[in-house]
Ligand binder design. Sequence first.
Ligand SMILES: O=C(O)CCC(=O)C(=O)O
Length: 361
Amino acid sequence: MAPSFNCSNSLYDFVVRDGNGVKGLIDSGVSEVPERYIQPLQERMNKKDSRTCDAPPIDLSKLNGSEHEKVVGEIVGAAETLGFFQVVNHGLPLELLESLKDAAHTFFSLPPENKAVYCTGVSPCPRVKYGTSFVPEKERALEWKDYISMVYSSDEEALQYWPHQCKEVALEYLKLSTKMVKDIVEALIGKLGVALDDSKIEGLIGMKMVNMNYYPACPNPELTVGVGRHSDMGAITVLLQDGIGGLYVKEEVNDPANVEWLEIPPIPGALVINIGDTLQILSNGKYKSAEHRVRTTSRQSRVSVPVFTMPIATERIGPFPEVVKKDGLARYREVVLQDYMNNFFGNAHAGKKSLDFARIN
Ligand SMILES: O=C(O)CCC(=O)C(=O)O
């Protein structure tokens, strides 16, 4: 029999504090979403209000050949407009991508007590965290998502502390993604007219985190969101999504009344790349950190596996002086990444509001 949650607090305790997550809620037999998950009208998602992004994926294997300039142009063009693009021939084996999705399903199918050992405060490693929603204590409506998050520090640590259901594939994915991200960042920075040596490029993506997201099938998808509107705080995010679909990106148009949400369609074997706040700041706004969100579905559970890359916490980030000189003004102030991160993870998702922390008005 489904448990009764007499008040919002008992639901919160069950889902968040006790580590049952949305998966535990669904497994307990609820047949409609509890009030705490119901989004305000303006945040609800209607598939009919969007269209599918039809941009073809970029063939990354051509980045090192005679079509280098053309591919760089495609990457830069996407970064300047939508802030999202898909890549194929990226060098990550397709079997690895399949194994990652399987590993995510295996992990989230574990009994709640096996996942809850990774909750903040009890996790054997502070860089491994299992949770649900984004910042539940700050959110009016919770997001319909559970996740496990693993910040990379060393291979030894990963192999010792990351959940054994996913550690090997997650680590390999993180490493191969990092190589691809480096090539993309190099292309983007080069086009800004900024010369950075290898170690400086590495520094922009010195911190890496791989997450596994799990969105259980939802009885009322029209009332909920999987992830609310947000941009990512780092430099570049690589995302593996499965075939269910539901990832939407906001097309930035000059007229705010004319906003359009584009679905990033699942393409077998492709990876989704998006620009984060850090690159928007470094480029003085030339590259667009993409506002995106995730729809829930009643059909099947969905998994996605992002790798977030960003500078290390002590790094100071601000627009490149070369770009500021060209633009005639700085649109962002210099910030210490740790401060930016504290602000980002200290607030509920709210579109691109995170950038206000560094914006000069
Ligand atoms: O699941 C997705 O498609 C996107 C996930 C996402 O936006 C996030 O984890 O920040």
